[in-house]
Design a protein around this ligand. Structure first.
Ligand code: GTP
Ligand code: MG
Length: 297
């Protein structure tokens, strides 16, 4: 398979969106992982921006607006929209969401939705690899949107250089409950729909909650549907990328990714059914000991 995908990979490197779409489907369907091609890729010079937050907060609208900002400077942008709720809805809904974007047919914008494929509250298992493939596709910016409903917001943080947590002014009570998840991972907090009343009170509450003696987490007000607040948001994104802590974060995240791939590689020769079979035999013979058993692997 590896040989067959080499020409496809070259097309992807040359910026062919159709090839990229096919490549992503290959990863999704576990046809190939492109490991041997990705091995020769130079470091990615661009940035990955994660956008997460509760359902309906305006993440897609904000992503659309951000694409506009990035495109202004002749940049190429890729968007991955990871939708855990597609578990419960039909694929049609997912399709509608993609088409919602005004950038769908722009030659420098690639948009793709992924479902979480049955892993509740987690990202698609191939997403790490898909992100690497996008990097090979010559994009300057990669945006990843996920709904922050469970554990998956932790995962998105491990993919992105900068993570935006999008909230709305009414989220006052919710915010307490989300503290542990979303609060931890946000590099920048976006209070979207700030055309609504009480936006300023909410911003103040949020700033208080986030304030730490060591550093200040930026809180930015936006009205994504009117493209307001974008300039300040772009400034804060740049600021986060330049921040000395950004490099530390990047190296920690790369360590996580390396560990993830190493553990997958080490496990790849293990046949689960065969293992169950062995365990059954040993157990029935009355000699099974878990620690002796794993020592053999
Ligand atoms: N009033 C107001 N409405 C907004 C704003 N931003 C987005 N919306 C509207 O909010 C609704 C949801 O926006 P989406 O961008 O789809 O929200 P989302 O967070 O991507 O939603 P999910 O992907 O379903 O979680 C849409 O009807 C938008 O038009 C805003 O700043 N103000
Ligand atoms: Mg959305």
């Amino acid at each position: 398979m590896t040989d067959n995908v080499s020409p496809l990979f070259r097309d992807i490197q040359q910026g062919n969106f159709r090839a990229l779409a096919r490549g992503i489907s290959y990863i999704e369907n576990e046809v190939t992982d492109f490991f041997s091609q990705l091995k020769d890729q130079p470091p990615f010079p661009g940035t990955i921006v994660g956008v997460t937050g509760p359902p309906g907060a305006g993440k897609s609208t904000l992503v659309d607006a951000l694409i506009g900002e990035f495109i202004q400077t002749q940049k190429k942008v890729a968007v991955l929209c990871v939708d855990p709720s597609s578990l419960f809805h039909s694929g049609a809904l997912l399709g509608d969401r993609i088409r919602m974007s005004e950038w769908y047919n722009h030659p420098d914008v690639f948009i793709r939705s992924l479902s979480s494929r049955g892993i509740l509250g987690g990202l698609h298992p191939g997403i790490l690899n898909i992100t690497e493939l996008l990097k090979a596709g010559g994009f300057d910016h990669i945006l990843i949107e996920t709904v922050g409903v469970g554990q998956n917001e932790i995962d998105i943080a491990s993919l992105a250089d900068v993570t935006l947590v999008v909230l709305v002014p009414e989220a006052g009570d919710e915010i307490q409950a989300m503290k542990a998840g979303l609060m931890e991972i946000g590099d920048i907090f976006v209070v979207n729909k700030s055309d609504r009343p009480d936006a300023d009170i909410f911003v103040r509450t949020l700033r208080q909650m986030l304030s730490r003696p060591s550093h200040e987490t930026p809180v930015v007000k936006t009205i994504a549907s009117e493209k307001k607040g974008l300039e300040e948001l772009m400034r804060q994104i740049d600021g986060q990328l330049q921040h000395p802590a950004a490099a530390d974060k990047k190296y920690r995240l790369l360590t996580e990714r390396a560990l993830h791939l190493i553990s997958r590689r080490r496990m790849q020769d293990i046949d689960r059914n065969e293992m169950t079979q062995k365990i059954r035999q040993l157990s029935e013979a009355g000699t099974f000991n878990l620690y002796q058993f794993i020592a053999g692997y």
